[in-house]
Design a protein around this ligand. Sequence first.
Ligand code: TRP
Length: 348
Amino acid sequence: MPNLIFYQKIKINKGEYVKLNIFSAAQPSGIPTLGNYIGTIRSWNAFQKNYNSIYCIADLHAITKRQNPKLLLKNSLDLLSIYLSCDIDPKISTIFMQSHRPEHTQLSWMLSCYTYFGELKRMVQFKEKSKNNKNINIGLFSYPILMASDILLYQTHKVPAGLDQAQHIELSKLIAKRFNKIYNSNIFNVPELIITQSGSRIMALSNPKKKMSKSDKNKNNFISLLDSEESIIRKIKNAQTDSDQPPVIKYDVIKKPGISNLLCILSELTGKNIIELETYFSNKLYRDLKLEVIHTVLEHIKKIQKKYFSIRSKEKYLIEILQSGSEKAKKIANNTLSKVKNAIGLHS
Ligand code: TRP
């Protein structure tokens, strides 16, 4: 992750250096993909050293879609185990479950009184999620307010997330500024998005014009972090390339989306830049590129899986991490919530 170094800002406070606060979250809706790993989770680990980091499991966001009650906790523990396997360290970072902290829904109600219908109606993700959906519930609509509450409760400076979350984070900024202005205060830090993927997105393997997503109906389009070795090999071998003769291994998202996607995966995982890779692969075959991608992906994923399978069975340990994370989160969340209530004139 060579680009992360640029983001390590430290604020000076009364001659003292303080770490900035980072907050991010993912929904427990299935095992993350290689795209999620490269795009976000991997960077969370890198941020821990230089920021006060808080990472949340957004189970309340997940229920905007109907969930199987027997699977929700299991999915959350799966996700927690993935965080831990990607070396997010509970001794350094605060890791907790959104539904364990009532402050999130409390603040969410309050902030919904400072957010306009028109603002939510413009959200691209809401429009997309409403398509072909019989369950367009109010939670799906007010989802960005809960997200703003997640972020604003922890006096967040930076939110490492994918580009698809940019509009939600812009809204969080707007709400924070609006609230601060109304009450002539600095109750909320105004957060900023850190785009963690160096300007690129990991695309679906057999349709590289769309994003790699764990909800894709075609399982060949994504690599789950828990996929078996055989299926990873098969999926990469079958990834779409093109029929250029002679084969050209060059980054060109428009003309060569498949090759560009493979180069991008390789570049992200090895830290080598694309130009370096293009030179290395000049006069080589698509098969050579794929073999290299397979080798690199397996190297990363096997390490994660080894850790995952040793951690996932220790449910007591996992629950303890969430409990202590929730206690740590409580102090900060309570502090912000009382300031908000005071400002509004609500008294406890
Ligand atoms: N909505 C985010 C997603 O689906 C998850 C999320 C919830 C989040 N709360 C957040 C991300 C706060 C960043 C900050 O990916």
